[in-house]
Ligand binder design. Structure first.
Ligand code: PLP
Length: 412
């Protein structure tokens, strides 16, 4: 990473970025929503395109000098349409939450009912949580997972939809390790006359690679982030049927955003190009086989995985049988050079600031080239720390092992 001008101009920020590079290199990062964007993505995102105002859309801008911004945005749109087989794509959302906001604001009125997966069972804030704008503006109904199986209970989804007649049903999650049945959800939505939104923020990369069923043609809208399994810059996109294109575009701009981040759109285009390659398909396969191996390794060590395993890039580990909270695990593992996040498990009896679980994901370690053997090592390390959580020498020993493992897999 070449940031030599910054060193002169702002040594404080330079120093912090250097330390962040070292953190990302020297620790085993298992946060399921994170990844390492390629150098090419970071170069595009760090380019002079940040200087340009380009309010509007290609060919219809409110500023002069947009000829290159137009090319950038058209390339991003065309590539995304091809990848997702979508009729229409908007690449301007600054984030996944703003992509969702644009869909809601285009087709819902305040006080309408939306139905999403409960945050406490793995859903996302922007699907109706009380602390989020969605929970304040809309009436909300939540489905969850079955207490015994850990799988989404489609019978419950159907019953709730029939009872509450939501105007929009949201299918998507941040901490669910099984396949989402977009087709079954869309049948329920059709039956009750609801719009259906697939929020594929986490699984966009898997979908592109054919490793998870695709939402189209079953859904009206799909939103995604570009920085999770998709491995691009931090940002969002919206895909939709052609009939909704105009409303969505007008809601993003001028509805809820001003000028697009042209440098980020360029980086999205680069990520979409990378995602069209055979190498990317292999990468997504690798994420899943690594996640499965990590889950089975942890199971052998006596850990309980919610739903018994994973079909995707992540898993939720229930630590209640280990007598350790999610917060304690997050802190001790990070001290040992393994970064995860504490996460509520379904039917958790502890508050969100403590939790009974951790979420573990394989996208980042797979990007740096780790495979099955390394997953076994990581499962061993996690087990050692959690089972001896009050012993500083265990944590110190594991941190040496974690660092040694990382040194074999440079991130850039
Ligand atoms: C990450 C995520 C988002 C939002 O992403 P931000 O870019 O952080 O706003 C939306 N939905 C789901 C399901 C997510 O996991």
């Amino acid at each position: 990473m070449n940031i030599e001008y910054l060193k002169e101009t702002d040594p404080e920020i330079y120093e912090v970025i250097c330390r962040e590079i070292a953190r990302e290199q020297n620790k085993i990062l298992l946060i399921a929503s994170e990844n390492y964007a390629s150098r090419a993505v970071i170069e595009a995102q760090g380019s002079v395109l940040t200087n340009k105002y380009a309010e509007g859309y290609p060919g219809r801008r409110y500023y002069g000098g947009c000829e290159y911004a137009d090319i950038v945005e058209r390339l991003a749109i065309e590539r995304a349409k091809e990848l997702f087989k979508a009729e229409h794509v908007n690449v301007q959302p600054h984030s996944g939450s703003q992509a969702n906001m644009a869909v809601y604001f285009s087709f819902l009125k305040p006080e309408d009912t939306i139905m999403g997966m409960s945050l406490a069972h793995g859903g996302h804030l922007s699907h109706g949580a009380s602390v989020n704008f969605t929970g304040k503006l809309y009436k909300t109904v939540f489905y969850g997972v079955n207490k015994e199986t850990g799988y989404i209970d489609m019978g419950e989804v159907k019953d709730l939809a029939e009872q509450y007649k939501p105007k929009m049903i949201i299918v998507g999650a941040s901490a669910y390790s099984r396949v989402l049945d977009f087709e079954a959800f869309s049948e329920i939505a059709k039956e009750v006359g609801a719009y259906i939104l697939a929020d594929i923020a986490h699984i966009a990369g898997l979908i592109i690679a054919g490793e998870h069923p695709t939402p189209f043609p079953h859904v009206d809208f799909a939103t995604a982030t570009t920085h999770k399994t998709l491995r691009g810059p931090r940002g969002g996109i919206i895909m939709c049927k052609a009939e909704y294109a105009k409303a969505i575009d007008r809601m993003i701009f001028p509805g809820i955003q001003g000028g697009p981040l042209v440098h980020v759109i360029a980086a999205k285009a680069v990520a979409f190009k990378e995602a069209s390659t055979q190498g990317f398909k292999e990468y997504q396969k690798g994420i899943i086989s690594n996640a499965k191996r990590l889950a089975s390794g942890l199971t052998k060590h006596g850990f309980k995985i919610i739903s018994g395993g994973t079909d995707n890039h992540l898993m939720l580990v229930d630590l209640s049988n280990m007598n350790v909270t999610g917060r304690e695990a997050e802190e001790s593992l990070d001290n040992a050079g393994i970064t995860v996040n504490k996460n509520a498990i379904p039917y958790d009896d502890k508050p969100p600031s403590i939790t009974s679980g951790i979420r573990i994901g394989a996208p980042s370690v797979t990007t740096r080239g780790m495979g099955i053997a390394e997953m076994d090592e990581i499962a061993n390390m996690i087990s050692e720390v959690i089972k001896d959580i009050n012993n500083p020498s265990t944590i110190a020993n594991v941190s040496v092992m974690a660092r040694a493992l990382c040194s074999k897999y440079p991130i850039y």
